[in-house]
Each structure stands twice: as structure tokens, then as C-alpha cells.
Design a protein around this ligand. Structure first.
Ligand SMILES: [Zn+2]
Length: 125
């Protein structure tokens, strides 16, 4: 299961009427995308700077971390909160970090790959 803490560009909505649009509609728009029903501006369902993360998604993410046996952390410096703090909810056995640069938690992990994420993940079997 994937919980998209920062949202997704695959879901978009009219800021005026709430109508939903897929990525195809956005990609086929010229300039700022507008709603075909009311003319409102369409915004991707992503969390921008200074916007709050979705509370339900946070809860589901923390619950998944609390109940898994192995936590694999990929492509994050673990320096940006609140997501960086989610690791403290982990009660399982193994923590693996895959990130090009080191993180503050590397010394507490069972396995650390400070390498290019794509090259490491490609070799996972
Ligand atoms: Zn609209």
C-alpha cells in the first residue's frame, strides 16, 4: 500500500466547484488549467509549502509503520518533519535506508545504502 503524504498529480480538482480531473485533462490544457463546467482554476491534489498534510493519510501511514516488521525508507534525507518523525513509531525488527546522502538515522539502521536510489532499487530481487 502506498500512502502519498504529499498528494499526487494524478488527482486534480476545481478550486471553485470541486470537480475532479485526471492528469490527461491537465496535460491537454493550455496554460493554467480551468474547469470545463464552472471555469474555476484546477489545482493538483498535492501539498504545497505551508499547507497541512492530510490527517487521515498521516494516521494510515503511522499505523502501517507501527505494524510492519521491516521499514524500508527510500529517497529521503529524514530531515524534513513531520514525515521524518514517523520513524519513531516503528516497533518492528529491521530498518533499511536507501538514500544517496547519509541521514541522521543511518547509525541506528540495520542496513544502509548511501547510493543512488534508482540503481539500488533496480538491483532488489
Ligand atoms: Zn469547477
Amino acid at each position: 500500500m502506498v500512502y502519498e503524504l504529499h498528494g499526487t498529480i494524478h488527482q486534480n480538482f476545481c478550486q471553485k466547484c470541486g470537480r475532479l480531473f485526471g492528469l490527461d485533462y491537465i496535460m491537454n490544457s493550455k496554460g493554467v488549467p480551468h474547469c470545463d463546467k464552472c471555469g474555476g482554476v484546477i489545482k493538483p491534489n498535492v501539498v504545497l509549502y505551508e499547507e497541512a498534510l492530510d490527517e487521515d493519510t498521516i494516521g494510515r501511514s503511522i499505523n502501517a509503520i507501527m505494524t510492519c516488521d521491516m521499514l524500508i525508507i527510500v529517497g529521503t534525507s529524514l530531515r524534513v518533519y513531520p514525515a521524518a518523525g514517523f520513524i519513531r513509531y516503528f516497533k518492528g525488527r529491521y530498518v533499511v535506508v536507501i538514500n544517496k546522502d547519509n541521514t541522521p538515522y543511518d547509525s541506528n539502521c540495520d542496513l544502509v545504502f548511501n547510493e543512488d536510489v534508482v540503481s539500488v532499487v533496480k538491483n532488489l530481487k
